[in-house]
Design a protein around this ligand. Structure first.
Ligand code: NA7
Length: 536
């Protein structure tokens, strides 16, 4: 990369995860010269970084992979219905090899800043190393969950033993056998970690601030016969994903909880609880996630399940969320999570009862005394969706900073472009539909590629959404989120992370009108000639 401001590339993509890889592939088809910068030492994004024990899909594997290449679909074989991280990373490596993606990628290259030069119509990207590169188009394929956050607890750096965030699990692994391990957090990541390591460690102490609802994953290997059937039916699988609000295979049940008898609804919930995947979350009665009374019934039923599975009634009560209803946060799926608390070597510490005072060289000091550990694990989550954008100094014309613009709430059009930031194309930025992520990614990449194709065909070099379009989309996004119980609960999805300064206020970070509606609106914009944008 040089420092002169001539366009060295047609586009720069930040991130070599699922989104960046596919955008590179599509841009190449247009004959574009592309440079991808990736902070990690190889491809994979989320699946590169999250190597903690037990990391795996909650999406059906066969609904998760790329759909763009029939050859790839027929070549690859998912070993399990819900693949483990090493298999997913192996899959993404196959994709990188097969399409020779790495030749346009630079690894170990974390982007620190991106600045738009108005006169030259160029984005200049500055790496942490100081190196720079320029292109008229900038694609942010940053991932919604790439800005991991450590807990803001006094003394955090004083612990004498190994301590790490789950998204920074040591590459070479770490031997937990016989060790005294402490883990902070009880989100989806913690649940996968805890249920996996409990049998290996000497002793495990789980520090829980907020319990989460969780339901069984029911993972199992894919048999050879199933493999054949899956390969023969990809067309139908992806078609089904296009019909649902979340792009998962699970479709919301059109019935209300109150349309059926108590016996019928419990039988339905038993069935969902015994089936694999997210059905119990996004394939439930239509009012479970919107009507407080419907939700309360589901919540009561789910609490009973926890009481049945955890032997010590006091521990069971601590594991039952009291301040949010079933499914109003991202539902972790589990495999024997609750039974972990029936083990002698596992202890649950509720830090709302005995708060953590500080981290010490030996371990964790709570109001009830000190817990000594050999290893500390922070399963403390991410500064979701906007966090990765906040961590790059992104400046539009006139030095306008994206971080300042989005301090309150992000403002975008379709979640793909922001006003005041021309030629910055976002994949899974705030305010796009999200669910089964690769499905959302493929659609957005294809839509953005269509926009770029349109620009190239008409000799246009600059695109920015019109202020009215941004205003209307932002209002629509807020409207779509307003009726959901989910919007009234703190989580990364509502933009709350108490470890990040200023992120204690709920924001709407996704488009919750559903993927079908999102697609309809995005396709209509393209079909009508992109009138919501100003071009030059
Ligand atoms: P989550 O779901 O954000 O979970 C983070 C957990 O860490 C959660 O239980 C937090 O409690 C807890 N936490 C965070 N900071 C602290 C401090 N300072 N003290 C105690 N406990 C803390 O992240 P995950 O990585 O589990 O999952 C992220 C997504 O990845 C998930 O939704 C899936 O899509 C995959 P809190 O609830 O804030 O009280």
């Amino acid at each position: 990369a040089g420092t002169d401001r001539a366009a060295e590339w047609d586009a720069i993509i930040i991130g070599a995860g699922i989104a960046g890889m596919f955008q590179l592939y599509r841009f190449r088809e247009l004959g574009m010269r592309v440079r991808v910068f990736e902070a990690g030492s190889d491809v994979g994004g989320t699946w590169y970084w999250n190597r903690y024990p037990g990391a795996r899909f909650d999406s059906e594997s066969w609904s998760y992979g790329y759909s763009f290449s029939e050859e790839l679909l027929q070549e690859w074989e998912w070993p399990e219905h819900f693949a483990a991280q090493p298999d997913t990373l192996r899959y993404l490596n196959l994709v990188a090899d097969k399409f020779d993606l790495r030749r346009d990628m630079r690894f170990n290259s974390r982007v620190a800043a991106a600045q738009f030069d108005d006169a030259a119509n160029l984005w200049t990207v500055t790496l942490e190393s100081g190196e720079q590169a320029s292109a008229p188009l900038l694609v942010t394929a940053l991932g919604p969950l790439s800005a991991h956050t450590l807990p803001s607890i006094p003394g955090r750096d004083s612990f004498a033993g190994p301590a790490f965030h789950t998204a920074r699990w040591p590459r070479e692994g770490i031997d937990l056998r016989g060790k005294r391990v402490g883990i902070i957090g009880t989100g989806a990541t913690a649940i996968q970690t805890i249920q996996t390591i409990a049998k290996d460690v000497g002793h495990l102490t789980v520090f829980q601030r907020t319990p989460n609802w969780a339901a069984p994953l029911h993972n199992r290997p894919i048999t050879p016969e199933e493999q054949q059937r899956i390969k023969a039916s990809y067309h139908e699988i992806f078609a089904r994903c296009r019909e649902t609000a979340t792009c998962f295979i699970h479709q919301t049940d059109p019935r209300s909880v109150f349309d059926v008898t108590p016996e019928e609804r419990e039988a339905f919930w038993e069935k969902l609880y015994s089936e694999p995947g997210f059905g119990i979350w996004v394939g439930n009665f239509r009012d479970v996630l919107t009507d407080p009374e419907a939700n309360a019934l589901m919540t009561e039923w789910a609490a009973r399940k926890i009481r049945e599975r955890v032997k010590d009634p006091a521990v069971a009560e601590r594991l039952i969320p009291k301040n949010h209803g079933f499914g109003t946060r991202r539902l972790p799926l589990e495999s024997g999570y609750y039974e972990v608390y029936n083990r002698d070597n596992v202890r649950l510490v509720d830090i709302t009862e005995t708060p953590i005072e500080r981290i010490t060289p030996k371990g964790i000091l709570t109001a009830a005394g000190e817990h000594a550990f050999d290893i500390l694990i922070y399963a403390t989550g991410f500064d979701g969706v906007t966090g990765p954008y906040d961590r790059i100094d992104i400046r539009g014309p006139g030095g306008r900073r994206l971080r300042d613009d989005w301090q309150g709430t992000p403002r975008t059009f379709l979640g793909v472009l922001a006003e005041g930031f021309p030629n910055m194309l976002m994949i899974l930025g705030p305010h796009t539909a999200r669910g089964n992520i690769p499905r959302n990614i493929e659609e957005i990449v294809d839509w953005l590629t269509g926009l770029v194709r349109h620009m190239r065909a008409h000799g246009l070099t600059r695109v920015e959404p019109r202020a009215e379009a941004v205003e209307a989309w932002t209002a629509h996004v807020e409207e779509a989120a307003a009726g959901l119980l989910f919007s009234q609960v703190n989580s990364w999805q509502t933009g709350v992370n108490r470890n990040v300064e200023g992120r204690d206020v709920r924001r709407t970070l996704g488009y919750y009108g559903g993927a079908v509606e999102y697609r309809r609106k995005a396709e209509a914009v393209a079909a009508a000639g992109y009138r919501e944008f100003a071009f030059a």
